[in-house]
Design a protein around this ligand. Structure first.
Ligand SMILES: O=C(O)CCC(=O)C(=O)O
Length: 289
């Protein structure tokens, strides 16, 4: 990848709020990393035998397993992949890049659409210098649940859309956009990067196969905690409001210090009904011996 390509990606990311990078990874790499992510999802979800219609509307959009780089070391080669992180770093425009968190998002056959939303209202990060790398682990076409992005929406209003418990809120957000989303089918090896305020959504999975996707969210080193909204990525390291986000939950992802993937910090004891449910369902680490 040369300097002109990085600068072209960054121009498109700044203009549209997302950029589709075809063939960033090889098919062999996706097969290798995909197996590691599959294993993480299988272990995290092994006690969840609910059928799709027994799940909440949010859970019908995808199986979600977060922070899998931490308890599944084999996943780290993808989380901290040099090419993915180098592009992300060029997009958010700093000297160094940090990880916010990663997750597997597996949309089951028959899975609902992912409702339109912006990510960053969910995260206590003050600056807009964030991006998500959306990495499909097989081709994803319109029928399997490809992503759609509203170009330029990252420059518009910021709204918290409750996609977790209020079915249909994403439609209100789309109605406010005044322009349609562009849907982006992907081939193996493609990566789509979107900015934290870009309005995005995904089609339902009308195929008979699982739509397997891994995502990692990165931010520019030097970003600060904005607001007191609870979030494990900052709460675990006791990052105060206004302080620079820096801790073992959010390690430097690029360039990798010493060329080695970082070691995660411990998870605190899981407390409270909501966190307990998330751990039991394998959404966060800590629910399994
Ligand atoms: O994969 C999906 O369906 C949704 C992805 C998403 O919302 C995100 O990566 O921020």
């Amino acid at each position: 990848m040369n300097r002109a390509q990085f600068s072209d990606f960054a121009d498109r990311f700044r203009r549209d709020g997302y950029v589709h990078v075809p063939g960033l990874l090889s098919a062999a790499e996706i097969a290798f990393h995909g197996a590691a992510v599959d294993e993480a999802v299988a272990v995290r979800k092994r006690d969840d035998s609910r059928s799709l219609d027994e799940k909440t509307p949010y859970e019908q959009s995808f199986i979600q397993c977060q922070y899998i780089w931490e308890d599944f070391p084999k996943v780290r080669a993808l989380t901290f992949h040099d090419k993915v992180c180098a592009v992300a770093n060029a997009l958010v425009g700093g000297e160094r890049l940090r990880l916010w968190h990663d997750q597997a998002l597996y949309k089951e056959p028959g899975g609902r659409p992912t409702e339109a939303h912006q990510d960053q209202p969910y995260w206590p990060i003050a600056e807009p210098d964030t991006c998500t790398a959306w990495i499909p682990l097989q081709p994803v076409d319109e029928a399997m649940g490809c992503m759609g992005y509203v170009p330029g929406s990252h420059e518009g209003e910021h709204r918290f859309v409750d996609i977790f418990s209020a079915k249909g809120e994403g439609e209100d957000l789309m109605a406010r956009q005044g322009r349609p989303a562009r849907f982006v089918p992907c081939q193996v090896g493609d990566v789509i990067f979107h900015q934290g305020y870009t309005v995005h959504l995904a089609h339902p999975n009308r195929s008979d196969r699982m739509r397997r996707v891994y995502t990692a969210i990165y931010f520019r080193d030097g970003c600060t905690r904005g607001g007191d909204r609870p979030h494990p990525s900052v709460d675990r390291d006791h990052v105060a409001e206004g302080a620079v986000i820096d801790g073992s939950a959010t390690p430097v992802a690029w360039p990798l210090p010493g060329g080695e993937a970082p070691t995660p910090g411990p998870w605190p004891e899981i407390r409270g009904e909501r966190a307990g449910r998330a751990a039991r369902l394998g959404i966060i680490p800590g629910g399994k011996a």
